[in-house]
Design a protein around this ligand. Structure first.
Ligand code: ASP
Ligand code: MG
Length: 469
């Protein structure tokens, strides 16, 4: 008998029909003899709407909050009427929902009065969506004769106080899970827990960042020493390329933790980026599956995906980027230039997606989102004002409208020369001009910077190499 953490995303719990499908999946796994813990997102769009309401309150408008609360209650009541036939259960559930949404409105009210919102308050407000779904699913499972209970995430997932992006305190979470969840699971009960949410040691609600319910599932998987974590979503698995760009994109059957980490980084938004960490430590496999096609196997993510020499698994692309170059002969052999460069970038809070410097040391180039270019350029020119005046640094150059295309697969580690030469031959055949190149030190990806207009051709050309093998 295995313990499975089943996590269902926003579209998988969007309405009564979706929640019925979820209950079916839970029932099937239970019938197969597994112990099941369900983790749920808020209904799709709910977290966005809650955030919108608070933002409007900051600028003095309370009506958005009211409308949002009303809309969410309507959606909950509508789903409830189809999922929970018992009048008494339904009333109890809706009373709970009204209380949660009244809490939301009063948070908005105080935001309105203060004309300000702190990350801590934002967490409190946005944590309202998940518990509603948790109580709907638990109540529906009970109507199907399956013992189930909605558990407050705040009681079991303990985090630090980095509001909006909290980090779990795993030891504390483990001991809460041992006391509060393990006995229920042992009785055959199915706990249903809202993802995305935790609380500090003193009980103040926190959130794990947008998309954080994947991370919740992984945290609970670690804390409960689960056998597997299954992320149920609305795609068939991790795809070998963006299917909107590449019609021949296919589901990747197996990925390693390292490979999926690089994927999350380079544009394929399959998982909350911190999801893998708690699973890696315990070697817990993760599956990505589709609630709408539950029979499709999906993608399995595990420690060692037994890479096949010289093979690639996926290609991703990120656009809307700019390449910044700091260059000049005066940089050669001078320590501290790179440190000062990235300090200047950090002052703009810009995220650096890729860095490359050749050993001639005459330039450092890196890629950032285009929206940060003005700030970063000014910050660099200020940081190197002296060197620029002395002509030790010639210039801080910017090149807009670039994209990063990344070829990924641990198999390239075992045959780098072969794979990279095939990659570059394929790009050359498509007349793609390569502006910069970097290889991740995990050696399971190669990223190239190209002009935005070349991204599509580059992706298609590399994907041909992915499926050829
Ligand atoms: N509901 C949260 C969000 O939309 C968490 C999640 O769905 O993973 O960000
Ligand atoms: Mg998600």
């Amino acid at each position: 008998m295995s313990t499975l953490i089943l996590k269902f995303g926003g579209t998988s719990v969007a309405d009564a029909d979706a929640i019925k499908r979820v209950a079916d999946i839970v029932r099937t796994q239970r019938a197969a003899g597994h112990r099941v813990v369900a983790v749920v997102s808020a209904m799709s769009g709910v977290t966005d709407a809650l955030t919108r309401g608070v933002r409007a309150a900051v600028s003095g408008d309370q009506s958005v909050c009211r409308d949002v609360a009303h809309e969410i209650l309507l959606r909950t009541a509508e789903a409830c009427s189809q999922l929970v036939p018992s009048h008494k259960e339904r009333e109890a559930l809706l009373a709970g929902a009204r209380k949660i949404m009244a809490g939301y409105e009063s948070v908005c009210q105080s935001v309105l009065v203060l004309a300000e919102v702190t990350p801590r308050v934002l967490d409190r407000a946005t944590a309202c969506g998940e518990p509603l779904v948790a109580s709907l699913l638990a109540a529906h499972l009970r109507t199907l004769g399956i013992e189930s209970r909605a558990i407050q995430a705040e009681d079991v997932v303990v985090t630090d106080d980095t509001y909006q992006n909290a980090a779990p305190l795993l030891d504390e979470t483990r001991s809460r899970c041992a006391h509060q969840l393990a006995p229920l699971i042992a009785q055959g009960m199915i706990p249903v827990i809202g993802g995305f949410i935790g609380a500090t040691l003193s009980g103040v609600p926190t959130t794990l960042g947008r998309g954080g319910s994947d991370f919740s599932a992984a945290i609970l998987g670690n804390a409960l020493a689960a056998d597997e974590v299954w992320i149920w979503t609305d795609v068939d698995g991790v795809m070998s390329a963006d299917p909107r760009l590449v019609p021949g994109a296919k589901v990747i059957p197996v990925l390693s933790y390292a490979e999926v980490g690089e994927l999350a980084y380079f544009g394929a938004a399959v998982l909350h980026p911190r999801t893998i960490r708690p699973l890696m430590d315990e070697h817990i496999p993760l599956w990505i599956k589709n609630t709408f096609h539950p029979d499709v196997e999906g993608t399995r993510i595990e420690s060692d995906s037994s890479p096949i020499r010289g093979t690639l698994k996926a290609v991703t692309d990120v656009r809307g980027l700019s390449l910044i170059t700091v260059e000049g002969r005066g940089m050669l052999g001078v320590p501290g230039i790179a440190a000062r460069t990235f300090e200047a970038v950090a002052r703009c809070q810009a995220n650096v997606l890729m860095i490359s410097q050749a050993s001639s040391e005459q330039s450092i180039c890196f890629v950032i989102p285009s929206r940060d270019v003005a700030c970063v350029q000014a910050s660099l020119e200020q940081a190197f004002a002296l060197e620029i005046a002395r002509r030790e640094i010639d210039r801080v150059g910017t090149l807009d409208c670039v994209g990063i295309v990344t070829a990924l697969g641990a198999g390239m580690r075992l045959g780098v020369a072969g794979v990279t030469s095939r990659l570059f031959t394929a790009l050359d055949a498509q007349d793609v001009n390569i502006i910069a190149i970097a290889q991740g030190s995990s050696e399971c990806s190669v990223s190239i910077v190209v002009q935005e207009q070349d991204v599509e051709r580059a992706v298609l050309a590399i994907h041909e190499e992915v499926i050829k093998q």
